[in-house]
Design a protein around this ligand. Structure first.
Ligand SMILES: Cc1cc2nc3c(=O)[nH]c(=O)nc-3n(C[C@H](O)[C@H](O)[C@H](O)COP(=O)(O)OP(=O)(O)OC[C@H]3O[C@@H](n4cnc5c(N)ncnc54)[C@H](O)[C@@H]3O)c2cc1C
Length: 304
């Protein structure tokens, strides 16, 4: 697990499943270990029986961690409501939910590895320790470019770096990869694996947020020919929204060529974002929209 990642080539995985298909996993897991791959990040390995159902595995699949709420000694998994959205019945112990990306996976062993960007002085250090039982539910579909994609644009801040590292590790040697990445300190660059076709531009500084941020401006200078290209962008919602518009409207990439992941929102906790998002999903479902359609989901999550 600590050597070469075991994720399949994204093109092969995409051919096997339509865009948007994701494995369904819901499992109690034990935190096996927490180590520091580079200063500023914690690498967490969790294992649980239910993770053996993790199939297919796409690079940078995303999931929610379920953690007991303050004062609770455990938590309950949600049930699926009539609208297909998760809900907790009256009296259930509702957990704290935090999304992360799979960095490495060994489904046969029921094991997943993910990296957490630590924010010194931030609201939340890790809320769990080795030996704790927590929960994991997912997956949200990972990187799945069309099989003809040869040119990859990857843009992200620290919260997206683990996902981007997983994508880079999965790409064939012939792929041409342009990455525009933002970290808080030089040492954090060590999280990205080497790749023969990778050209990376690094910004070092505070997290970009909102329209017009340094990360957005740097990514806008990259020329991407639409044919054969696929983009993955992750970071603060304002940055991701602006870059999504730039790539689709200005550069002409189709919605299917852009995988946009709003990882966090300035001034809002993940709980506050989730509550607002759930309302948007409910409203869209009530209007008869297919919220399982990845393009519809992207629009909801980008607040478009
Ligand atoms: C699909 C997906 C995959 C993700 N994958 C990863 C991953 O692999 N590794 C990882 O570390 N993160 C990842 N994130 C981001 C992570 O879930 C959020 O940063 C989350 O808010 C962290 O929870 P928290 O409890 O630390 O902070 P919260 O309690 O949610 O927020 C507290 C405060 O911190 C701010 N904040 C939250 N995140 C950041 C940030 N990154 N930079 C600056 N300020 C921030 C909020 O605006 C808020 O004001 C992912 C998010 C998504 C949606």
């Amino acid at each position: 697990m600590n050597g070469a990642p075991t994720l399949p080539s994204p093109a092969r995985a995409a051919e096997a499943r339509p865009r948007g298909y994701a494995a369904r996993v819901a499992s109690r897991v034990t935190v096996e270990s927490i180590v520091q791959p580079v200063p500023g990040f914690a690498r967490v390995t969790v294992a649980g029986e239910g993770l053996t159902a993790y199939d297919p595995v796409l690079p940078a699949d995303a999931f929610k961690l379920l953690l007991p709420a303050p004062g609770d000694d455990g938590f309950d998994f949600p049930q699926r409501g009539a609208d297909g959205l998760p809900a907790w019945p009256q009296g259930a112990r509702r957990p704290i939910l935090r999304p992360y990306a799979v960095r490495d996976a060994d489904p046969a062993a029921g094991r997943i590895v993910f990296d957490v960007a630590l924010r010194p002085g931030g609201a939340a250090p890790l809320r769990f320790a080795a030996g704790d039982e927590i929960g994991l539910a997912g997956m949200r579909h990972g990187y799945a470019p069309a099989s003809g994609a040869t040119r990859h644009l990857l843009v992200g801040d620290r919260s997206a770096l683990p996902a981007i590292a997983a994508i880079v590790a999965s790409l064939p040697a012939a792929a041409r990869v342009t990455a525009v990445l933002e970290v808080a300190a030089e040492e954090e660059r060590g999280l990205l694996p080497a790749h023969p076709g990778l050209a990376a531009e690094w910004l070092v500084g505070p997290a970009s947020a909102g329209a017009g941020s340094p990360l957005e401006q740097a990514a806008r200078t990259v020329a991407v020919p639409a044919a054969g290209a696929h983009a993955w962008i992750g970071g603060e919602v304002g940055v991701v929204r602006a870059l999504h518009a730039h790539l689709t409207a200005a550069l002409g990439l189709s919605l299917a060529q852009v995988h946009a992941v709003p990882c966090w929102e300035r001034g809002r906790t993940a709980d506050e974002r989730d509550a607002a998002m759930l309302e948007r999903y409910r409203a869209a479902a009530a209007r008869g929209r297919d919220v399982a359609d990845p393009d519809v989901a992207d629009a909801i999550e980008l607040g478009a």
